[in-house]
Design a protein around this ligand. Structure first.
Ligand code: F0G
Length: 464
């Protein structure tokens, strides 16, 4: 018998977390207006709000922090990162940014334009992330979701639910003038459809199709290493390839990327854009200097550039990825074994609980996944995040609520942060809510919301 798999690291420093009572949580929920973003972190026992910027850095990354070069221009930390990015992705030009959405702002300013320049333009892709969509829509352009239909059936086991439907994509490419399609964006893994991977074959086919129409292709590379691991495990033609070779092959197809380094960079803050072509790089440079900072720091401290250069390499190590994605699957399996409806197959960074099937008694107008998120927190102090109608927001033109096909509660697992005992606690908490699910029939109404990206700050009142 094989020995069991275990993490390829041990714990050197701990951070205390505290359990709370149900009465405390009730009071905190009311004060937070039932929006889990409004809780203080001390009020959360296990925080699965996001895997973004919440990972634990390695001793090698902390060592780089001490070596950080804080020079305004030409810092050695910048060159370390430049070398890592060129080595991993093959993209020769890069610009640091303070996080992923800032990278999107720079990239889209260069490609879509600013002010009114975006009107009438479309950006096809696979379920764009919400800030990505926000940056496209704030430029009056449209993000067109071309994800395969299989992604929206949570029970269907499909190895690459992040894939782009080439038929849908070609329809978009045919329906618009070339100059109205500034780019096609492939998000790896696809966060909004459940942390689901995109196959190398699909990246290649998408890029080939876009090339035929003269449309540049970019990766939203926030979770590129996790995507590469899934390709290695699930794509027969890549079974013998190393993670770094797969990463290279993914990036070889595209014209550049935007990256939130808070995910597979395993740092607490940071991002970048990278480019194959010098012309676009030079155009983006102007926006980077304006919005982020000079080219060799772009909104990041030198020490953070250094830690990122190490983190990107660590994220591509096969043993780390097996433990990381294995832990997510461990939680998923514990839930499945208890009958809790979760998206299959399990995602790379998170388990997505199917809230519509979990709480069939709650009407969509009363925010099903939001309701489930509150109940899970109430039960055990575990914080997930709603990926449903609150996040989907209103249509920018009609201002009507958008009701997405899926109402999900995402349990995002920070990298290298929690143990499997924590995951067992999370599973037990969800199972307790599942056991009393029939009694949960009413949800929430919104009492206040912001005009864009409302989910962060919306306030709710319970319906009864
Ligand atoms: N793209 C993807 C696919 C993301 O998941 C995120 C962030 C971003 C871009 C924006 O990056 O936060 O650094 O500005 N996702 C986080 C999450 C917030 O919780 O999924 P950012």
């Amino acid at each position: 018998m094989d020995l069991p798999y275990a993490e390829p690291y041990r714990i050197k420093m701990i951070e205390p977390i505290r359990r709370s009572s149900q009465a405390e949580r009730e009071a905190w929920l009311a004060r937070a207006k039932y929006n889990l973003f409004n809780l203080r972190s001390e009020e959360v026992y296990i925080d699965l709000l996001t895997d973004s910027g919440t990972g634990a850095m390695s001793s090698a990354q902390w060592a780089e922090i001490m070596l950080g070069d804080e020079s305004y221009a030409g810092a050695s930390s910048y060159y370390k990162l430049k070398e890592t990015i060129a080595d991993l992705t093959g993209l020769p030009f890069f610009l640091p940014a303070h996080q992923g959405r800032a990278a999107e702002n720079v990239l889209f300013s260069a490609l879509i334009g600013t002010g009114e320049e975006g009107r009438g333009k479309v950006v096809p892709g696979n379920s764009h992330f919400d800030t990505t969509k926000g940056h496209i829509e704030s430029r009056h352009a449209h993000a067109v979701d071309c994800t395969i239909d299989e992604a929206f059936d949570t029970e269907l086991d499909h190895p690459f639910k992040g894939n782009i439907d080439l038929g849908k994509l070609e329809t978009v490419l045919k329906a618009h003038r070339r100059e109205d399609i500034p780019l096609c964006l492939i998000t790896v893994t696809c966060n909004s459809s459940g942390g689901q991977p995109v196959s190398l074959e699909n990246i290649r086919a998408t890029a080939a199709l876009c090339r035929r129409y003269g449309i540049p292709v970019f990766l939203d590379a926030a979770r590129f290493a996790e995507n590469a691991w899934f390709i290695q495990q699930r794509e027969a033609s890549c079974a013998g390839m190393g993670i770094k070779d797969i990463v290279k092959a993914m990036f070889a197809e595209v014209d550049g990327c935007a990256m939130s380094s808070k995910k597979d960079g395993i740092v607490n803050i940071g991002g970048f854009t990278a480019y194959r072509g010098e012309e676009l790089f030079r155009k983006a440079m102007g926006f980077n200097i304006m919005y982020e900072g000079y080219n060799t720091y772009g909104g990041m401290a030198g020490r953070d550039l250094g830690a990122l250069s190490v983190g990107l390499r660590e994220a591509c190590e096969a043993d780390y990825l097996a433990a990381r994605i294995g832990q997510v699957a461990w939680l998923g399996q514990a839930l499945v074994d208890a009958g809790v409806p979760v998206q299959r197959p399990f995602g790379g960074h998170a388990i997505f609980v199917d809230a519509k099937r979990f709480l069939p008694g709650v009407r969509k107008e009363e925010f099903v996944a939001q309701t489930l998120g509150v109940e899970v927190y109430r039960e055990g102090g575990v914080r997930g995040v709603e990926i449903g109608a609150v996040l989907a927001d209103r249509d920018p033109e009609t201002r009507e609520n958008r009701y997405p096909a899926l109402e999900l509660l995402r349990l995002a697992i920070p990298r290298r942060t929690y143990t499997n005992d924590h995951m067992a606690y999370v599973a037990a908490t969800l199972i307790r809510v599942f056991e009393r699910r029939k009694a949960i029939t009413r949800g929430y109404r919104i009492t206040w919301e912001a005009p864009i990206l409302r989910h962060f700050t919306a306030e709710f009142a319970p319906l009864s």
